[in-house]
Design a protein around this ligand. Structure first.
Ligand SMILES: [Fe+2]
Ligand SMILES: [Fe+2]
Length: 313
């Protein structure tokens, strides 16, 4: 992937220094021109730790000036996410309470819209936005693995093994999505649609990286995973129905049908065996599990609300 277009003074300064390799002037980095500029800058800084950019040297992955900008943006973003959080439940059995917290959450549903009345163009736009995450599906959780006890680690590996295709490179969920994109006539290149990703998509992707790349936020990463998995099976079934209604290719539908069953298993694993075990060992991480879970639900709501409003207009 080539580095994207900037969206304001800060992301332009960051991108320019990444492409040129001259980063020292970032000591006086400009203030971001709003949230989209800040989130794009953070996204490109995080991308250095995934597949990176063809036009940026790998030498810059741990460049202290870039890391310093990233750190400032992360601190602002974490403060924002924490400020958005409601009161979280504290009583009762963790798994039952957590499932109820997710079930009682009532946000706008893109999957229901796709199932019933989305147009083909709307679905294609949705798939382009989703590609930013699905082409690196589950990678953010992999960052957390070395930070866990044996028991939690083994459970996360069981889930990740599935996400990564049970040892078959043609079964990786990221690969299934890539094939679906290509068969739908979309660009299946990694990061191909980053320039059109709206703020909410950048925030979703950045939250996953923030939680995954900071050891102290490991519980938020696993809470994010648990809420993500617990809100995936039903919506995946509705997505598959909508794609079928609109005549999308079998491989694109197959990506979603794969998740109907897989995520019905993953949600149990993620809530009970992963987060449940983590909190038995480290009960003080309780609120961070909910920080991650809330963030997953809330950022998806924000994205859904934006798209439904845009499509209604
Ligand atoms: Fe998956
Ligand atoms: Fe899953």
């Amino acid at each position: 992937m080539l580095s994207p277009q900037g969206r304001g003074a800060l992301s332009e300064a960051v991108l320019e220094s990444m492409r040129s390799g001259k980063t020292s002037h970032l000591v006086d980095a400009p203030e971001p021109d709003g949230a989209e500029d800040a989130q794009l800058a953070l996204w490109v800084l995080y991308e250095q730790h995934y597949r990176g950019f063809e036009d940026v040297s790998g030498e810059l992955e741990w460049d202290p000036h870039l890391i310093s900008v990233r750190r400032g943006l992360e601190q602002d973003f974490e403060r924002t996410l924490r400020a958005r959080m409601p009161e979280v439940p504290r009583e009762g059995d963790f798994a039952e309470t957590f499932f109820a917290f997710v079930a009682e959450h009532d946000g706008p549903s893109l999957a229901t819209h796709v199932q019933r009345k989305a147009t083909e163009d709307q679905v294609r736009e949705l798939l382009r936005h989703r590609s930013i995450y699905h082409l690196k599906e589950s990678d953010h959780t992999t960052w957390v693995i070395p930070r866990l006890s044996d028991r939690v680690k083994a459970a996360v590996m069981e889930l990740q093994f599935d996400e990564y295709g049970d040892g078959d490179p043609n079964r990786l969920h990221a690969h299934l999505f890539r094939r679906g994109l290509a068969d739908s006539g979309l660009d299946s290149g990694y990061g191909a649609y980053i320039d059109e990703a709206p703020l909410e998509v950048l925030e979703e992707n950045n939250a996953m990286s923030l939680f995954g790349l900071n050891r102290r936020l490991r519980a938020a990463s696993l809470g994010f995973l648990a809420a993500f998995e617990a809100t995936s099976s039903g919506p995946s079934r509705r997505m598959a129905g909508g794609l079928e209604r609109l005549g999308f290719p079998a491989s694109m539908i197959g990506y979603y049908t794969e998740h109907v069953e897989a995520d019905a298993v993953h949600e149990q694993l993620a809530v009970r065996t992963i987060c449940g075990a983590l909190l038995e060992e480290e009960p003080e991480l309780h609120d961070d599990v909910y920080l991650g879970a809330w963030t997953s639900l809330d950022l998806e709501d924000r994205y859904a609300a934006r798209m439904l409003k845009q499509w209604a207009a």
